[in-house]
Design a protein around this ligand. Structure first.
Ligand code: NAP
Length: 323
């Protein structure tokens, strides 16, 4: 079930709603607002941001988006890199909700990746974790050794269907501050890793499959404060178009999503600061920053058959920032 705020259209993390529902039930939720707010606050002490999130969920009517988008990915196997948290985590939950079996890749945070798998299973889906530190000599090998096991178990070896190249690092460094080390680091994780992940994925990806790359709106809106990060995402845009051309004959679509400012750890510094919040919200035509779920819904479309005639596209997902 997706829950969304009818005032601001933010899609809400079902985790919070499920916690509320197990305590008192959905009917009570809509009738008695205040006790839920205090209960939520008591259950998550010292987390004002979470409290505010609960407050927003509860003071507006919680609504079910309906089942019309469910199960578009039944029988599909998806690999999502960097799915232990942030945008990747939301994409994993969303594709699983659509019926895909999801390989939840993580770098260092195994516990968080296992929590994602647990949440998927609790919602009736299926998933597993795959650990591999990208940018290391063994990273790609570890990733595909584990994926091959999953492919064998889940598909009798026929291959997988959806690759989401999401894992990445942020880097707030100007041109003047850039060093060879900082340049190599961001290129290693944001460019070299998705390139070699994709190279290894291609023989395993079924014809008619999907590749979704997570780029950024900074390739459109010049942002010198994140100089080499922007260049790394520019490479992803070019990579996306090259791949789309190359893989057309196999009916594999390749697209990139370009998020704006999204509420993840990558932006924790900005979004914990009132000035930063004002800046982030003010960029978008909707006067709010993005939530990971805003990106996950786009990924679900691109992963589904509904997007079969869309390839080589760079989809701005910044809520109309810098229009
Ligand atoms: N947040 C934004 O505003 C925003 C905007 C535009 C584009 N993006 C892009 O969206 C993607 C996801 O961003 P996010 O905000 O969700 O980031 P995040 O919350 O910081 O999560 C990053 C994810 O990538 C994984 N990862 C990072 N380095 C890795 C490595 N060396 N090896 C393996 N896994 C690694 C992390 O795994 P572990 O935690 O397990 O190590 C984690 O799952 C990135 O490509 C980012 O550039 C984000």
């Amino acid at each position: 079930m997706n829950v969304y705020c009818t005032k601001c259209s933010h899609v809400r993390d079902p985790l919070y709603v499920i916690k509320i529902k197990t305590q008192n039930g959905c009917a009570v939720l809509n009738r008695t607002v205040q006790p839920f707010i205090f209960w939520g606050f008591a259950r998550v002490p010292n987390k004002r941001a979470t409290f505010q999130k609960l407050l927003c969920d509860i003071t507006v009517l919680n609504s079910d988006k309906g089942d019309e988008t469910m199960n578009r990915l039944e029988g599909k196997l998806a690999l999502i890199t960097g799915a232990s948290r942030g945008i990747g985590r939301s994409i994993a939950l969303r594709l699983a909700q659509e019926g895909a079996y999801v390989a939840v890749h993580y770098g260092k945070r195994r516990n968080e990746a296992e929590a994602v798998v647990h949440q998927i299973r609790q919602s009736g889906g299926n998933a597993c974790v795959i650990g591999a530190v990208l940018g290391t000599p063994d990273g790609i090998h570890d990733l595909f050794t584990a994926l091959d096991d999953v492919i064998r178990e889940q598909t009798d070896g026929s291959g997988f269907d959806i690759l989401v190249n999401n894992a990445g690092i942020g880097q707030v460094i100007t041109l003047e501050e850039t060093t060879e080390e900082s340049f190599d680091e961001v290129m290693k994780i944001n460019v070299k890793a998705p390139l070699f992940v994709t190279q290894q994925a291609l023989p395993r990806l079924k014809d008619g499959g999907r590749i979704i790359n997570i780029s950024s709106f900074v390739t459109r809106a010049a942002s010198p404060s994140v100089f080499c990060y922007s260049m790394s995402k520019g490479a992803i845009d070019t990579f996306t178009q090259l791949l789309a051309k190359q893989l057309g004959p196999r009916n594999i679509t390749v697209n990139a999503i370009q998020p704006g400012i999204i509420n993840t750890e990558m932006n924790a510094g900005t979004l914990q600061d009132p000035q930063g919040q004002k800046y982030a919200a003010g960029l978008s035509a909707f006067n709010r920053w993005g939530e990971p779920e805003d990106i996950a819904d786009i990924a679900a479309f691109l992963a589904s058959r509904d997007s079969r005639w869309v390839t080589g596209q760079l989809l701005d997902a910044s809520g109309g920032s810098h229009l």
